[in-house]
Write a protein that binds this ligand. Structure first.
Ligand code: ZN
Length: 160
């Protein structure tokens, strides 16, 4: 399968998972001020950045990138290009910040490496349960590292 096509599928599955799994999580979806977002972003960067000299990308609120129409409303996505993290309207939250921070830390695609780091940040800074996350991602066929695919495999078979 073409890498581009694989990335498209991975992205669609991850976004679907995020939209459903975190929908009722008020804490992760709570809209924060730019100052709070920047403070948390800096903390994550200081703790996690593998780059010795690179400074954290500029974090800003902006229009985001147009994605699609859904139920008559235009949807916009936040983005990170390695230099800027732009959070789109209604995405001024910890969940979106942590997702974009994974990109900032050097993971450009929504592949298994991205997801591994994303899970790590969600557990560490979002107080989420690792097993719940992995089980949820499995159900949405999100790209997962092999070690996570094996993890909880027995639990899954018992559950069925
Ligand atoms: Zn992304």
């Amino acid at each position: 399968m073409l890498k581009q096509h694989r990335e498209m599928i991975n992205t669609r599955r991850l976004y679907k998972f995020e939209g459903d799994f975190f929908a009722s999580n008020r804490r992760l979806n709570k809209q924060l001020s730019i100052n709070t977002i920047k403070r948390i972003g800096q903390m994550v960067w200081d703790n996690e950045s593998p780059y010795k000299k690179k400074t954290i990308p500029e974090i800003r609120f902006g229009p985001g990138i147009y994605h699609t129409q859904s139920r008559g409303k235009n949807l916009y996505y936040s983005w990170c290009d390695g230099f800027i993290i732009e959070l789109a309207p209604y995405q001024h939250d910890l969940l979106t910040l942590l997702h974009e921070m994974v990109h900032a830390l050097g993971y450009g695609y929504h592949d298994a490496r991205f997801v591994e780091k994303y899970i790590y940040l969600l557990v560490k800074y979002g107080n989420l349960n690792k097993k719940d996350l992995i089980m949820g991602m499995k159900a949405y066929e999100v790209a997962l590292p092999r070690k996570y695919k094996r993890l909880y495999a027995s639990y899954e078979s018992i559950g069925r």
